[in-house]
Design a binder for this molecule. Structure first.
Ligand SMILES: NC(=O)c1ccc[n+]([C@@H]2O[C@H](COP(=O)([O-])OP(=O)(O)OC[C@H]3O[C@@H](n4cnc5c(N)ncnc54)[C@H](O)[C@@H]3O)[C@@H](O)[C@H]2O)c1
Length: 292
C-alpha cells in the first residue's frame, strides 16, 4: 500500500487483537494513529511498542469506553480539541458472547457497545471526516462486522433481547446491525456529495481473546489448532487495512469485504427500509439528529 504520511486514523479497540494489528499496520504506513479504547492498563505499552516497531512517533491512546455514550462524547470532544483532520475511522472494538449485561446507558451490551457505540462515534465524527475527504482522496469509515451476521436476526421489537437472551444471538444481531448501518451511511454520504466512503469488513476467524466467553471446548480447539484453523491477528487485520488505504477502493463504498474481496452479505442487509428504520431508532437511542 502507498505510504500515508499526512493521514490521520482512529482505530477503536486498538490495544488488542485485530485492532492492535490494524493500528500497527497503519502506523507503519506513516499515519498518525489514535487508538480509542477502554484498556488503559495496556495503553502505554501498546503505544510505545507500536512506536518502536514502526519508527512512527505519531501514535497515541485516547480513552473511549464504547459502552458509555457519555464517554464517547468526551472522546470526540478531546479528539476535536486536537484540531486534527480525520481520514480513516476503523470501527473495530467489540465483545462476543458475554453473559447478559447492560452498558452504562442500559442497552444490552453487544447491541450497545458493538453497534450503538460505533453508531454514535461515527455520527459525531462525520463533520470532521467530511471536512477531511477531498476529490480523489476520500476519507473512509471501515466497520468490522463478522460472518456471524449471516445467522443474525434484527429484532426491531426487541433490540435489547429482553424477551429472550442468547449470547450468540445478541452478538449476531449487533454484527448484522453494523452491516445495515454501514450501507445506510454510504447512501447518506453519497447523497450529500461528500468525499467520505463507508465499507464493512469481515476479518475471518482470528486467534484473539475475543473468544474468552465461548464454551471451554471451543477455547480448547482454539488453543490446540489455532495454527490450522485461525488467522493470526496480523492476517485478520489485512481486510481492515485494505479497506482503509487501498487505492482500488478510492471513492468506493457500500461494500462488504472478506479476504480483500467484495462479497454479498445477508439478503436482509440490502433492505433499505430496514436500514432506515434502524438508523432512525438508533438516532433516538444515541441522542443524535436524524438527517435522513
Ligand atoms: N476474532 C475473530 O475471530 C473475529 C471474527 C469476526 C469478527 N471479529 C471482530 O473483530 C473485532 C476485533 O475483535 P478481536 O478479535 O480483535 O477481539 P479482542 O478481544 O482481541 O479485541 C477487542 C477490542 O475491543 C476493545 N473493547 C472491548 N470493550 C470495549 C469498550 N467498552 N470500549 C472500548 N473498547 C472496547 C477491547 O479493549 C479490545 O481492544 C470485533 O469487532 C469482533 O467482533 C473478530
Amino acid at each position: 500500500f502507498p505510504p500515508q504520511p499526512d493521514r490521520v486514523a482512529i482505530v477503536t479497540g486498538g490495544t488488542d487483537g485485530i485492532g492492535y494489528a490494524t493500528a500497527k499496520r497503519l502506523a507503519r504506513l506513516g499515519m498518525h494513529v489514535i487508538i480509542a479504547g477502554n484498556n488503559e492498563s495496556k495503553a502505554e505499552d501498546v503505544v510505545s511498542n507500536i512506536k518502536e516497531e514502526t519508527l512512527n512517533p505519531r501514535v497515541e491512546f485516547l480513552y473511549c469506553d464504547l459502552a458509555s455514550l457519555t464517554s464517547i462524547r468526551q472522546f470526540v470532544e478531546k479528539f476535536k480539541m486536537k484540531k486534527l483532520p480525520l481520514h480513516v475511522l476503523v470501527n473495530n472494538a467489540g465483545v462476543m458472547m458475554v453473559p447478559e449485561r447492560k452498558t452504562q446507558d442500559g442497552f444490552e451490551e453487544h447491541f450497545g457497545l458493538n453497534y450503538l457505540g460505533h453508531f454514535l462515534l461515527t455520527n459525531l465524527l462525520l463533520d470532521t471526516l467530511r471536512a477531511s475527504g477531498s476529490p480523489g482522496r476520500s476519507a473512509r469509515v471501515v466497520t468490522v462486522s463478522s460472518a456471524t451476521h449471516y445467522v443474525g436476526e434484527l429484532n426491531m421489537d426487541d433490540l435489547q433481547s429482553r424477551k429472550c437472551y442468547s449470547p450468540h444471538g445478541a452478538y449476531a444481531q449487533s454484527k448484522l446491525a453494523l452491516v445495515l448501518f454501514s450501507y445506510h451511511l454510504q447512501r447518506l454520504l453519497a447523497a450529500g456529495g461528500s468525499h467520505v466512503t463507508a465499507n464493512v469488513v469481515d476479518p475471518g476467524v482470528v486467534n484473539t481473546e475475543l473468544y474468552r466467553h465461548v464454551f471451554w471446548g471451543t477455547r480448547l480447539v482454539q488453543k490446540v489448532f489455532s495454527w490450522l484453523l485461525f488467522k493470526t491477528p496480523d492476517e485478520g487485520a489485512w481486510t481492515s487495512v485494505y479497506a482503509a488505504v487501498t487505492p482500488e477502493l478510492e471513492g468506493v463504498g457500500g461494500r462488504y469485504l472478506y479476504n480483500e474481496k467484495e462479497t454479498t452479505s445477508l439478503k436482509v442487509t440490502y433492505n433499505q427500509k430496514l436500514q432506515q428504520q434502524l438508523w432512525a431508532t438508533s438516532c433516538q437511542m444515541a441522542g443524535v439528529l436524524n438527517v435522513t
